[in-house]
Design a protein around this ligand. Structure first.
Ligand code: HEC
Length: 128
């Protein structure tokens, strides 16, 4: 099937109609700046403080000293759960994951810590 210019024109017109139907025609009131007299002289609203309870996570990686490097370097952007709920992977996959955190997401982790973290992940969540 080939599409000729008339069909393309018709399609464009239908599309424009649909878009206009959705967003509505800009009426004159939308184009004019709000009248100065419309602004109330006293504010009709009051600002209130609200307290918002944000979820926190105090879960760290288990394993004592072996987990020191991962606890010190991997919890600044996401939770330990984010890592611990991943499937088990082979060492090379964990090494690539840590590499991705460092290079794609700019995690400031030096090589010695990166190696310790890969060791920890392989020991804790290594593919059997
Ligand atoms: C600079 C911030 C940052 C640091 C530090 C960081 N990550 Fe991430 N991590 C991310 C971001 C961003 C994602 C992707 C989140 C998403 O997709 O919603 C992610 C996702 C993950 C995932 C889920 C799988 C994936 O690839 O999306 C794992 C596992 C993970 N990180 C492990 C680690 C480990 C291990 C460390 C420590 C070596 C670490 N992260 C440190 C930013 C960081």
């Amino acid at each position: 099937m080939t599409i000729n210019a008339a069909q393309v024109g018709f399609g464009a017109a239908v599309l424009a109609g649909v878009v206009l139907a959705i967003i509505g025609h800009p009426g004159p009131k939308d184009l004019l700046p709000p009248a100065a007299s419309a602004a109330p002289s006293t504010p009709t609203f009051a600002l209130k403080s609200v307290s918002v309870e944000l979820p926190t996570s105090d879960v760290t990686f288990p394993g004592g000293a072996a987990a020191d490097a991962i606890n010190a370097n991997c919890l600044s952007c996401h939770s330990a759960g984010m890592v611990l709920t991943q499937p088990s992977f082979a060492r090379a996959t964990w090494a690539a994951e840590v590499d991705k955190m460092i290079h794609a997401f700019k995690a400031p982790i030096d090589q010695a810590n990166a190696a310790a973290i890969v060791d920890y992940l392989t020991a804790t969540k290594g593919a059997k």
